[in-house]
Design a binder for this molecule. Structure first.
Ligand SMILES: NC(=O)c1ccc[n+]([C@@H]2O[C@H](COP(=O)([O-])OP(=O)(O)OC[C@H]3O[C@@H](n4cnc5c(N)ncnc54)[C@H](OP(=O)(O)O)[C@@H]3O)[C@@H](O)[C@H]2O)c1
Length: 304
């Protein structure tokens, strides 16, 4: 790693932090031509290996309007300086529980906006406890879980409830998300993050308790409520006429949706329920598929 002097960090609108990783490269390929190259947004690529950032810069055919910022996520002085030079940090450096806490702390302290793709509820819970008040005071907008975890769930419920308000004059009390098909696999960073969550849960009963609480990401004082449905094995869902099995991202997405409800002053009511599951089809085939899928998920979570 070639370390950059803190005084040399350029002032920009957005730092794409972790730009040489799997998601970082995808984001860079979208952000630079759409916003950076036009000069609308001053963008920088950040990460810990200069040579890898240079390779991304080359792939993008970018010019010197796209600076590189080199440093380590665990270097507190560097991260503090970085957050003082950017308006927004988009972080893809995970597992966040290992590499993300210093950055969130600095953003909250320095009033810098921040978003990530975290799917690690136990870590988000810690960050909310440690920094929500400070972020409110500094004006920093800290938004976790802006990836496939949990945008479709969070915005999907918002769109649905907005429509329900218009059509029926009130939001729905019970909402279900059912996933019919999924394409693509999990990236290396996602697998590392999932394994880290499982490891933390196994080691510490307090983390297991947080992971079980559907309201764990709500602000302090709002972390309980009505009993939530939870598809934890296979079952028949009469509403959709399908066998369903657990959806691997439900344990994150449901928490995010309940956080949004709480932050909006219970816009969907205190009795609001929300759950997620995978659709497995109808009839005997659907039942067998659901049972097999539920078994596979259970074995993965138990490390079997
Ligand atoms: N929510 C979702 O839908 C979703 C989807 C995909 C990914 N994710 C999450 O996004 C994160 C990134 O995933 P990914 O697959 O892109 O991972 P990745 O390919 O491993 O990329 C992570 C990047 O972070 C960098 N990094 C690691 N430690 C660092 C440090 N101390 N200082 C600075 N940079 C450091 C890595 O650099 P090196 O190469 O030097 O190690 C790499 O460039 C993961 O936490 C994953 O769970 C979420």
């Amino acid at each position: 790693m070639n370390k950059q002097k803190h005084a040399d960090i350029p002032e920009v609108d957005i730092v794409l932090w972790g730009a040489a990783g799997f998601v970082g490269r995808l984001l860079a390929a979208w952000l630079w031509p759409k916003y950076g190259a036009s000069g609308d947004v001053r963008l920088a690529l950040g990460g810990r290996k200069k040579s890898e950032l240079e390779a991304v810069h080359k792939e993008l055919k970018a010019d010197d309007r796209l600076p590189l910022i080199v440093g380590d996520a665990l270097d507190e002085t560097f991260i503090d300086a970085l957050t003082k030079k950017a308006r927004l940090i988009v972080s893809t450096v995970g597992p966040y529980a290992k590499y993300g806490s210093t950055l969130v702390a600095a953003c909250a302290a320095n009033g810098t906006d921040y978003c990530d793709l975290s799917g690690e509820p136990q870590w988000m819970h810690r960050m909310i406890n440690a920094h929500q008040e400070e972020a409110e005071a500094s004006g920093a907008r800290i938004v976790h879980a802006c990836g496939f975890d949990s945008i479709p769930s969070d915005l999907g419920v918002l769109f649905l409830q907005t429509l329900a308000q218009k059509r029926f004059g009130h939001p729905m009390t019970d909402v279900k998300l059912r996933v019919k098909a999924l394409r693509g696999g999990a990236s290396g960073g996602t697998v590392a993050s999932m394994l880290n969550v499982i490891e933390e849960i196994r080691k510490d009963p307090a983390v297991a308790k947080i992971a079980k609480n559907p309201y764990a990401l709500a602000p302090e004082g709002m972390r309980s409520g009505v009993r939530q449905p939870n598809v934890s094995t296979f079952e028949y869902d009469k509403d959709i006429g399908n066998w369903v099995a657990p959806f691997v991202m439900a344990a994150v997405n449901t928490r995010v949706v309940h956080r949004s409800n709480a932050l909006m002053g219970y816009a969907w009511g205190k009795a609001f329920t929300y759950d997620e599951a995978m659709m497995m089809g109808d009839g005997l085939t659907g039942r067998i598929r659901a049972a097999a899928f539920a078994g596979a998920i259970g074995a993965f979570l138990l490390g079997g």
